[in-house]
Design a protein around this ligand. Structure first.
Ligand code: NI
Length: 167
């Protein structure tokens, strides 16, 4: 699936919750999203990045180089730690761009998995940042939106320049 590059209206839009009638579409799109993410390669991909306005994301941190795929349908953050952590982030929708982002160090998230089972996940370290980054995508928020205007504008200008050169 083609990955949208920022700036793009879909990447700024709030995605809608997945309902019962979306089951077939979601079942067919999850494997395609994983394939797109592994090919990129990336560790997370949210549906809006492949032009779908649905609350759906996939993550795989590949711990010890082994697949550990997680698909989240309608994920909701139910708890965030007061403690913060700074981590360098990138995004498949901002290729080649990286910046330090400060976020809560730990997160608890509830979601439905690809079988429709209700799940809860407590994450820290890289997974905590990744989950928050991907859920942000469902609300039209990019990692650069957590930076100062100055830094964000610098990155967006650099990205626009590089994308223009690629054409
Ligand atoms: Ni991203």
């Amino acid at each position: 699936m083609p990955i949208l590059i920022a700036p793009h209206a879909r990447l700024k839009a709030k995605a809608r919750a997945i309902a019962k009638g979306d089951d077939d579409a979601v079942r067919s799109v999850i494997p395609r999203m994983f394939a797109t993410m592994y090919t990129a390669p990336g560790i997370g991909l949210a549906a809006p990045q492949v032009d779908l306005g649905l609350r759906l994301l996939v993550i795989d941190l590949m711990p010890n180089d082994k697949p550990a795929p997680i698909a989240m349908i309608n994920p909701e953050i139910v708890a965030l730690s007061d403690e913060l952590a700074t981590r360098e982030e990138g995004c498949l929708s901002l290729p080649g761009m990286y910046a330090d982002v400060v976020r809560p160090a730990r997160v608890k998230v509830r979601y439905f998995d690809e079988t429709g089972a209700r799940r809860e996940l407590e994450a820290d370290d890289l997974l905590a940042a990744c989950v928050q980054h991907e859920i942000d995508h469902l609300d039209g928020v990019l990692f650069v939106d957590h930076l100062s205007n100055l830094k964000r504008n610098m990155i967006m200008r650099k990205l626009a320049k590089e994308q223009k050169l690629k054409k």
